[in-house]
Design a protein around this ligand. Structure first.
Ligand code: GLP
Length: 249
C-alpha cells in the first residue's frame, strides 16, 4: 500500500505517467483532482507528457475535490485559479468538462448536493488523486468528518488555516470555510492514489500508517479501499518502518 520514491520529482514522474496511461487507455475517464504544492510537479510533468504524446483530452471529465468558500474563480488563491494555471490551460483541457465546487453561489447547500449528484450522474470517478493535510485531512474533510459524508461545507481547523495561510498576505484573508467533496464521494472512486512529499509530512504519514480506521484520522478510511496506493518520497516516509515500504526508484 505504501510506495516510496527517491525524491518528489521521481514520485511526480511516476504519478504523471500513470495518469497519462489512464487517459490514453480510457479517453472518457472521470478524474478526481487535487490541489496543493504536492501536485504542482505532478501537473507540470503531466502537461509535458500530454503535449509530447499529443494526447486528446476532449472526452475527459474532471471533478476537483474542494474550493474555498468566498473566493471567486479568478482569485489567485482559489483552487479554480490553481487548476487553470497548473493543468487545465497549459495542457488544453476542455473547460466545459472540468468541474470544481463553487466557492461563491446563492445556494451553497444546493451546490453541495448537486456536486455529489453530478459525479454519480457521470458514472462515478475512475481515479481520485489525493494529497493530505498535516492533520490527516483529505480534500478538506477535517478530523471527525463522518466517513459517509457527501459534498459539504466545512469550517477549516486552525491547523489547516495555519498550513494554508502561507499563500495569503494576511491572516484575516485566510478563508475560514471551504466546500469539499465528502469522504463517501472520494471512496466511490474505482482507484485512488494519495501522494505526500517532504519532511513536514513525515509525522502525519507515520500516524496514517499506524492508525486504525478512525474518523479522527480521515485518511485512514483509505485502508479499506480495494484499490489504494499511497506514494511518499523518502522524507515523508522517514518515520515509517522501511520493511513496510515498496521502493519504486
Ligand atoms: C489543502 C487541500 C488538500 C491538500 C492539502 C495538502 O488543504 N485542501 O486537498 O491535500 O492542502 O496540500 P500540500 O500538497 O500543499 O501539502
Amino acid at each position: 500500500m505504501f510506495f516510496v520514491f527517491s525524491s518528489p520529482e521521481a514520485l511526480a514522474r511516476h504519478l504523471s505517467l500513470q495518469l497519462l496511461q489512464l487517459i490514453q487507455k480510457k479517453p472518457t475517464a472521470i478524474l478526481g483532482l487535487a490541489t496543493g504544492s504536492t501536485m504542482e510537479p505532478v501537473y507540470h510533468n503531466l502537461c509535458k507528457l500530454i503535449h509530447d504524446h499529443q494526447t486528446p483530452l476532449g472526452q475527459l471529465t474532471t471533478f476537483n475535490l474542494d474550493e474555498y468558500v468566498g473566493l471567486a474563480p479568478e482569485h489567485p488563491q482559489s483552487y479554480n485559479y490553481y487548476m487553470h494555471q497548473h493543468l487545465f490551460n497549459p495542457a488544453g483541457f476542455d473547460d466545459s468538462r472540468c468541474f470544481l465546487p463553487r466557492g461563491i453561489c446563492a445556494d451553497m447547500q444546493r451546490e453541495c448536493k448537486e456536486y455529489s449528484e453530478k459525479i454519480q450522474a457521470c458514472g462515478g470517478l475512475d481515479f481520485q488523486l489525493l494529497g493530505i493535510g498535516t492533520n490527516g485531512h483529505i480534500g478538506f474533510n477535517e478530523p471527525y468528518t463522518p466517513f459517509d459524508s457527501l459534498t459539504h461545507i466545512v469550517e477549516l481547523s486552525e491547523n489547516t488555516r495555519i498550513d494554508n495561510g502561507r499563500f495569503f498576505d494576511n491572516w484575516d484573508d485566510v478563508p475560514t470555510h471551504a466546500v469539499t467533496m465528502g469522504i463517501k464521494d472520494i471512496m466511490g472512486a474505482k482507484e485512488i492514489v494519495l501522494a505526500a512529499t517532504g519532511a513536514h509530512k513525515a509525522e502525519v504519514m507515520a500516524q496514517l500508517f499506524q492508525s486504525s480506521v478512525d474518523e479522527a484520522m480521515p485518511a485512514s478510511i483509505l485502508k479499506t479501499h480495494p484499490c489504494i496506493r499511497i506514494y511518499v518520497d523518502e522524507q515523508a516516509a522517514a518515520l515509517i518502518p522501511a520493511e513496510q515500504l515498496t521502493k519504486i526508484d
